[in-house]
Design a protein. Structure first.
Length: 225
């Protein structure tokens, strides 16, 4: 269930909000459950957080299709399934401290915040972080912080983190991000070259290093190193 201190405020007319409520429910039932998204908390977040508010107005009619969408500045919002999958992989729980690399639209940030995580989000492009911050504020999320910096170095001042979600692809695993994970913490990150198929990986930190697991091929925007 959604933590009581959070509030989702529909910034649309009642007619449009009802329409999008249906679209979100359909997305969960037809796109996410059949692809083995099983966490009821994650499904609840995906049914509730208004993805259409995080995309350009002319693309809002496509917001709940299972595809990435452009948000300008050569950046994209990930498809709903990828957001749900990456979220489920870190086993989110209220009070978890999560680092997000690549705020982008702010949608992944909102999903994590809805689940009660304290979200520290890093975005290189000031225009995107400002836009995302405004939407998150207007939706009532008070458990998110956004900073403008190169995400390759993480947010060391706020470390350690229980989990890290990376939404841009470096060519190699950034050691500085692993350093900022708590022991036992998990990082979900795409690894690979720009304009090619990358591998989504799960990294679990141990007392001697980390365990790396390949999940499946993906395509993300490149991370600036």
């Amino acid at each position: 269930m959604r933590p009581a201190h959070l509030c989702i405020i529909p910034l649309v007319t009642k007619q449009d909000f009802d329409k999008y409520c249906y679209e979100r429910g359909k997305m969960a039932e037809e796109q996410l459950k059949p692809r083995n998204i099983t966490s009821e908390a994650v499904l609840d977040a995906m049914r509730t957080v208004p993805r259409h508010l995080f995309v350009p107005e002319n693309l809002q009619g496509s917001a709940y299709k299972d595809s990435p969408l452009s948000i300008g500045l050569d950046q994209t919002i990930s498809q709903p399934y990828i957001v749900a999958f990456m979220t489920e992989q870190i086993e989110p729980a209220p009070g978890m401290k999560v680092l997000e690399i690549g705020t982008g639209s702010g949608y992944q940030t909102a999903v994590l915040a809805y689940l009660g995580c304290s979200v520290y989000s890093v975005e290189l492009l000031e225009e995107l972080s400002a836009r995302a911050g405004k939407i998150l504020d207007r939706l009532g999320f008070n458990n998110t912080k956004i900073t403008n910096r190169n995400g390759y170095s993480g947010w060391p001042e706020e470390a350690p983190f229980d989990a890290i979600i990376v939404t841009a692809a470096p060519e190699r695993i950034p050691e500085k991000l692993i350093e900022q994970l708590k022991e036992g913490g998990k990082m979900i990150i795409p690894i690979g070259k720009a304009n090619s198929v990358q591998e989504l990986k799960s990294i679990t930190k141990t007392n001697t290093g980390y365990i790396e697991k390949n999940l499946f091929p993906v395509r993300f925007v490149p991370m600036v190193e």
